[in-house]
Design a protein around this ligand. Structure first.
Ligand code: SF4
Length: 524
């Protein structure tokens, strides 16, 4: 049977499901019966995707376009248009909402929706399918939809989504701040969904078996009244074994929130805390508001709770140098987050950061994800090194597989003048870059071997101590044979230890950090 309207996107991985498509589907009203969602991952073959889409005999296909899938989506659309030129192709999503005119994907498409299209898209489909009418212009936009009238998408998470995928939820849209590198800086205000309706939908999801919730609200702790209600709601149901992820601004944690946060069991909350830069002049340049003493105070409080803490830093902001970034990295890791994500600046379409392009010599890649290649204060070679630093930091520190090794690097970092974890890990990262030239993915065993060679040959550490540390990491939570290069003098060392799960719903990576008590700042 034919399905006239298809909603589709290429997700980053299977685990991420398309929240935006479910919103559109929820708001299709009487057209729902004629609409289907088809999700793919971006590593799938474009022709296979086109074949699957065409099997529905659609009249119109709407694609969700994001920075991570633009190139792959373009290839699918090119294939579709060659086979069936009359098929109406519609694009939406942040990547095509701004600066659409120069993008090749937009040139291939028939219509492009800019901004939130919860009501505009169904209206467009209605006029096309019922009356055969299509707009005269290619770009379609309208006023922001009245948020309280938007149909919620949560009923369209399938049982399989609930069991195997990250469930995105949102209680509000928009952000009042103006950080120039961020798309949300273009929002004029924060708009909130009706809280009773939202929590009612969460109740249904929990009853259906949902256990992990990822809030996409840009700043969860903006309205204390709202965040207090949401936390209280989940705290009352925490016995189900829930895991909740929130993004928050780091300098706002009033007493009401603190008292609730304290009551959550370890491993049930994760806060993603955007710091982005610890250099006041850079923060000022990009209009980012940060109260550093308050951030320190809030981290000190959070370190006393069982919240899994994930801090974000950005490399390549205008005015940032290697020295200022290094100093900021040391400050942030000393705050004690379990993970520090070192992100490379990306130029998101429509963001005001382009006003610094000339003055700060900002050069971005011209292919998605449009990463910064060079600035007046960070040359290409240094940015390449920092790119690798970010990748290796993720493998060794963030993933939680090397708690003892990371503790040792912290100890070794005290030998630098001044003491610097950045300097210590940067040297390790440069060593890894030479050793793993051209390697995209590295198996755990290969990481262990590199750490072994680094400690014993580069850092001239006592092999007995290096061996003990690496065996503890390698066999820390999973039963594994000790590799040949670590085998000597190991008879007295533990082969296996089994770590306790902090919470049934806590993802494995977060659980590793919490059960090892490896708060990164604890040794500094
Ligand atoms: S970085 Fe965070 S605080 Fe700044 S505009 Fe974006 S969402 Fe808002």
């Amino acid at each position: 049977m034919a399905t006239p309207i298809l909603l589709t996107t290429l997700n980053a991985t299977y685990q991420h499901c398309a929240f935006g498509l479910r919103y559109l589907y929820a708001n299709m009203a009487e057209l729902q019966a004629e609409t289907a969602i088809e999700e793919f991952t971006r590593d799938q073959n474009p022709q296979d995707i086109a074949e699957k889409l065409l099997a529905h005999h659609p009249k119109l296909i709407g694609f969700g376009v994001y920075i991570w899938n633009t190139r792959e989506t373009r290839n699918v659309i090119a294939c579709l248009k060659r086979i069936k030129p009359e098929l109406v192709i519609v694009l939406g999503g942040p990547e095509v909402s701004y600066e659409a005119e120069n993008q090749s994907i937009c040139q291939l498409a028939d219509f492009i929706f800019a901004g939130e299209s919860d009501f505009l898209f169904p209206q467009f489909c209605r006029e096309y399918l019922r009356e055969g009418k299509l707009p005269s212009g290619k770009m379609i936009s309208g006023p922001l939809p009245e948020i309280k009238q938007i149909a919620l998408p949560y009923a369209f998470y399938s049982d399989e989504d609930l069991r195997h995928r990250v469930l995105y939820v949102e209680a509000s849209r928009g952000c009042p701040y103006q950080c120039e590198f961020c798309l949300s800086s273009l929002d004029k205000a924060v708009r909130s969904f009706d809280l009773d309706r939202f929590l009612g939908a969460m109740e249904v999801l929990i009853t259906r078996g949902a256990r992990q919730f990822k809030f996409v609200d840009r700043t969860f702790n903006l309205s204390v009244a709202t965040s207090t209600r949401i936390l209280s709601f989940f705290l009352e149901r925490i016995h189900h074994g829930l895991f909740l992820h929130f993004e928050m601004v780091p300098d706002r944690l009033p007493a009401e929130l603190r008292s609730l946060i304290r009551q959550f069991p370890p491993g049930s909350l994760q806060f993603e805390i955007g710091i982005q830069t610890w250099t006041p002049d850079v923060a000022k340049l990009v209009s980012r508001r940060l109260d550093y003493p308050k951030i320190r105070e809030n981290f000190a409080f959070l370190n006393e709770t069982g919240v899994h803490l994930h801090a974000d830093l950005i490399v390549g902001l205008p005015g940032e140098t290697l020295q200022t970034f290094a100093a900021g990295f040391d400050q942030v890791t000393a705050l004690g987050p379990h993970e520090v994500q070192v992100g490379i600046l990306k130029r998101l379409k429509g963001t005001p950061i382009i006003r610094h392009d000339a003055a700060w010599g900002m050069v971005y890649a011209d292919e998605p994800p449009f990463q910064i290649l060079q600035t007046r204060t960070l040359d290409f070679v240094t940015l390449q090194s920092l790119n690798r630093f970010s990748k290796f930091w993720d493998l060794y520190a963030n993933r939680g597989n090397f708690p003892h090794f990371m503790r040792l690097l912290r100890e070794l970092s005290l030998q630098h003048h001044p003491p610097s974890l950045f300097a210590e890990f940067y040297a390790f990262s440069e060593f890894l870059s030479r050793r793993h030239l051209q390697r995209h993915s590295l198996a755990l065993l290969s990481l262990v071997e590199s750490a072994w060679v680094y400690l014993t040959q580069e850092r001239k550490l006592d092999p007995v101590r290096a061996r003990e540390i690496l065996i503890q990491d390698y066999t820390g939570s999973v039963k594994r044979d000790i590799p040949r290069f670590l085998r000597a003098e190991t008879s007295e060392l533990p082969l296996v230890s089994t770590k306790r799960l902090a919470n049934n719903a806590t993802p494995r990576r977060q659980n590793r950090h919490l059960s090892q008590g490896e708060a990164q700042g604890s040794a500094s």
